[in-house]
Write a protein that binds this ligand. Structure first.
Ligand code: ATP
Length: 287
């Protein structure tokens, strides 16, 4: 079955055949490029616990710089938990505990001297449900820089325009920056949230099912945007939509029951998985 061009296939749809990704029009990194890319983030023997419950087991995974890495796997397998380890969002959960190493640019993210506020500036996050603040479009994007102490109006205007352009939203909103962000469509709100995440000039963008609440046209725009953004940012995306993973990512990691079962170049993983569980999942035998 061919991959539909701009659909929004839900995980509940039957997946009956192995589908190669449509690389058409997208700058997919080759296996060699992935292999030689700088390792932006690397998990080494990472275990993660919610109290007594171990959610991640001995994860060893390198995330290459300026590439898109997709996390796939059935519900509850630990994709979001791992994503949230990268910006230490799990820190806020009582009883949560991590062991092993999670290295960002050569530094262990869980070392005692790490400044978590600084880390979250370098690692932006976009959630499944767009969550603009009940403020103007401008103030949403300017929020992060203002919190960081930026007061110069001209600088803020420059940052807002640059971020909205990067998020492919500028042309749609440039004449109504003072309007409420809540008046934007769902797809526009999600791109606004991406602009807000970009405004603090992060190096990494974490996206937890960023398009799952969007219509097909908005989904397609977000996917195009991801493809553009990877020229400048390292992107990690959690998705239930395997066709989306195939379309947007360079590397795919398959998780199952808290374990990383297989990781590899997306094209290879979808066309020729080395692990039986991966094959069963991507062909829809479970999930
Ligand atoms: N805040 C939490 N407190 C306790 N347990 C949690 C918490 N968040 C997740 N878990 C548990 O950790 C395991 C992994 O959950 P996680 O949300 O990371 O999986 P997932 O693969 O992202 O799932 P989904 O695709 O449904 O979002 C599950 O057993 C889940 O119940």
């Amino acid at each position: 079955m061919a991959v539909p061009e701009a659909d929004n296939v839900r995980s509940s749809e039957p997946r009956t055949t192995l589908r190669p990704p449509t690389a058409e029009g997208r700058a997919v990194r080759t296996a060699e490029e992935l292999r030689t890319a700088r390792r932006k983030i690397e998990a080494r023997g990472l275990d993660f616990f919610y109290g007594e419950n171990q959610a991640l087991h001995n994860i060893n995974l390198a995330i290459p710089e300026r590439c898109v890495t997709a996390f796939i796997g059935p519900s509850g397998c630990g994709k979001s938990t791992f994503l949230r380890c990268i910006n230490r969002m799990n820190d806020m959960i009582e009883g949560a505990r991590l062991s092993g190493e999670l290295v960002f640019e050569g530094v262990d993210l869980y070392a005692p001297r790490i400044d978590v506020v600084q880390l979250r500036k370098r690692v932006g996050m976009v959630f499944q449900k767009s969550n603009p603040f009940p403020k103007s479009i401008f103030d949403n994007v300017a929020y992060g820089p203002r919190v960081s102490g930026e007061r110069n109006k001209a600088t803020l205007r420059t940052i807002v325009e640059r971020s909205l352009r990067h998020a492919a939203l500028w042309d749609e909103v440039k004449d109504r920056l003072k309007d409420s962000a809540l008046a934007l469509s769902g797809g526009q709100q999600q791109r606004l949230c991406i602009a807000r995440a970009l405004a603090t000039d992060p190096e990494v963008l974490l996206m937890d099912e960023p398009a799952s609440a969007l219509d097909p046209a908005s989904t397609s725009r977000i996917e195009d945007l991801i493809d553009e953004l990877k020229q400048s940012y390292t992107i990690v995306i959690v998705t239930h939509n395997m066709q989306q993973a195939a379309r947007v990512s360079d590397q795919t990691a398959f998780f199952y029951q808290g374990r990383l079962i297989e990781v590899g170049p997306t094209n290879a993983l979808f066309t020729n998985p080395t692990n039986k569980q991966t094959e069963d999942y991507i062909t829809g035998r479970f999930g």
